[in-house]
Design a protein around this ligand. Structure first.
Ligand code: GDP
Length: 598
């Protein structure tokens, strides 16, 4: 390097040390700001005081104050742009407005059990004009589209709240509109409320479908009143929530419901750019015996094409083939559309983010990095655990049984989850920290170690090498062929887990035949054990003339001169009662002990 070059380099370095721009991000603290601005924290705090903001160094700055601060320091202010491709789900797509086009709304159907969610999904599915090539055979891929007046709507094909919550827990927000199904003959029920909470929390619009209008006892006004009381004021009552009266079973009101969805969608102006590389979300994924890992991807933005390289969750792949909801092979998928893809390296999880990149090396590197990070995050350095020693280890209030479920088919996982949630043992919570289709791998062991979990496998093998790692790490693996056997084991472990419940039980009875007063010791009663047994440190009730006159503890217990632990029925013994010296001949002593009850 020439002198000049090295000088230039120095100058460049110098420039870097006094930044001109502050990049703001959510959760930025006062000291984060100071660090970025290369200013002493005290200076930043002083400036804030000047702005009449009293803040300590660990306090989070809101955007407005951060901007004012930047101005005070004569710096430019910008929002941080995530450029780290391994955090691709946080990266905001910058699209030229000219390229943005309306995309179909994504709709999830929620509501109380038996109010007709599945029936409604089926009925809507049948309203679409079935294309002749597909021969009318539809395929379940986790989402389907219908067309109404030339515009499409995408329905997530999993009724119930579990899928929705699971996705939300993983940070995925794919639903635009929630159709809340309420049976007109049943009204608002617990899961109706739960659905409203979920929809509100994820900022979805709600459309109420008052279902089962064909049933004689249908009372839509009652449903309206109940929902109005919960803050969902019907539009025909002056509120903002559309209510549509339907019969999912009789296919009545479905057109109106679809039209209402389109009206709401239009107001939301849902747009995407089909001219860019695709990003999306996993809706479902499984291991197919013949095809390997398959996943249904809902495209959020861009166009997904066959041959595209992608990163998804903590794995990656190349789209080898795509199938739409009509079972047709397609070459590309547009925003708002769901397709099942093959060509993944591993099975991702529902809710995992998906993004297309240029080449194989990029997606592989991203997957590796994300995998390591996920690991670190989950690693909490806890003790390992086994089902047997659950009771002894779970001390204190934390009664949580963490499980990782692996199975040969997704159905077993769902079935197991469904049943395990029904096992109710008071005071214990089951937490499923991971699930997956396929053999138990070293990754599962690491996750189990990190989250202090037990691995439960159904119909899956454990390679010897993996078994070895598990032993080394002290992770317990239990494999079963049938679900109920696993459930039995877990239920038993959960019961053992509970703090034992004790109950006072009478174990013996004594009759006082003589009394002696001994200095320093007090009154010793010479007794006959008339029933059961008496032990040291058990509870004693002194009964005189049929009344309990004193309750205390057996102090010393002697046979002749010797201290003994217990004396059985038919033997004589000398007994003292702690802190009680008023024993009389003829008294009886009821002896009881605390016994654990099942
Ligand atoms: P989910 O648990 O919410 O998915 O409810 P389902 O779709 O499984 O429906 C529960 C029951 O209600 C089934 O027996 C359906 O046939 C019935 N059902 C659903 N919609 C209607 C409807 O509009 N009218 C009547 N009479 N029955 C319905």
């Amino acid at each position: 390097m020439s002198k000049r070059e090295s000088k230039n380099k120095k100058n460049q370095n110098k420039k870097k040390t006094s930044p001109k721009v502050i990049y703001y991000r959510d959760g930025m603290t006062v000291s984060d700001f100071a660090e970025q601005a290369k200013k002493p924290v005290t200076d930043v705090i002083k400036k804030l005081m000047f702005l009449k903001v009293m803040a300590s160094k660990n306090q989070v700055l809101n955007r407005e104050n951060a901007e004012l601060l930047a101005m005070e320091f004569n710096m430019e202010f910008k929002d941080e742009v995530v450029t780290d491709v391994t955090r691709f789900e946080e990266m905001k797509d910058k699209d030229n407005p000219e390229n943005l086009v309306l995309r179909p709304a994504v709709v999830t159907i929620m509501g109380h059990v038996d109010h007709g969610k599945t029936t409604l999904l089926d009925t809507i599915r049948h309203t679409r004009v079935v294309s002749t090539e597909a021969g009318g055979i539809t395929q379940h891929i986790g989402a389907y589209q219908v067309e109404k007046n030339g515009k499409k709507i995408t329905f997530i094909d999993t009724p119930g709240h579990a899928a929705f919550t699971e996705m939300r827990a993983r940070g995925a927000r794919i639903t635009d509109i929630v159709v809340l199904v309420v049976a007109a003959d049943d009204g608002v029920m617990p899961q109706t409320r739960e659905a409203i909470d979920h929809a509100k929390a994820s900022k979805c619009d709600i459309i109420v479908a008052v279902n089962k209008m064909d049933v004689p006892g249908a009372n839509p006004d009652r449903v309206k009143q109940q929902l109005a009381d919960l803050g969902l004021l019907p539009d025909d009552w002056g509120g903002e929530v559309p209510f549509v009266e339907i019969s999912a079973l009789k296919n009545e009101g479905i057109d109106e419901l679809l039209e209402t969805i389109q009206v709401v969608a239009e107001m939301k102006e849902l747009k995407a750019n089909p001219k860019r590389e695709a990003s999306g979300t996993v809706i479902e994924a499984r291991l197919d015996k013949g095809r390997g890992p398959v996943a249904t991807i809902l495209v959020n933005n861009g166009t997904l094409k066959v041959q595209d390289y992608f990163a998804v969750g903590s794995t990656y792949g190349k789209v080898r083939a795509m199938t739409n909801d009509l079972g047709e092979q397609v070459k590309e998928a547009k925003p708002g559309q769901a397709v099942e893809i093959i060509g993944l390296d591993d099975v991702p999880q529902a809710g995992d983010p998906f993004k297309v990149f240029d080449d194989e090396k990029t997606v592989k590197d991203i997957a590796d990095e994300r995998h390591d990070r996920m690991f670190e995050k989950e690693h909490r350095g806890k003790e390992t655990i086994s089902l047997e020693d659950f009771f002894s280890k779970a001390s204190g209030d934390t009664k949580e049984l963490a499980l990782i479920i692996k199975a040969d088919v997704q159905g077993s996982i769902e079935a197991f989850k469904g049943s395990i949630n029904k096992i109710e043992v008071e005071g214990i919570k089951i937490e499923i920290v991971g699930t997956g289709v396929g053999a138990i791998t070293d990754r599962d062991i690491l996750l189990a170690e990190a989250s202090n979990a037990i691995i439960i496998g159904f119909g899956v093998g454990v390679p010897a090498s993996v078994r070895g790692i598990a032993n080394e790490k002290g992770v317990e693996i239990r494999t079963y062929r049938v679900i109920y056997e696993a459930l039995d084991d877990i239920e038993a472990a959960m019961k053992g887990l509970l703090d034992p419940v004790f109950e006072e039980q009478i174990i013996g009875e004594l009759e006082v035949r003589e009394t002696y007063s001994v200095s320093k010791v007090g009154t010793i009663a010479g007794c006959m054990v008339t029933n059961g047994v008496v032990r040291r440190n058990t509870l004693a009730k002194i009964v005189r003339n049929g009344k309990i006159i004193y309750e205390g503890k057996i102090g010393s217990l002697k046979r002749f001169q010797d201290d003994v632990k217990e004396v059985r029925q038919g033997f004589e013994c000398g007994v003292t009662i702690e802190n009680y010296n008023d024993l009389k001949v003829g008294d009886s002593i009821e002896v009881s002990a605390m016994k654990e009850v099942e």
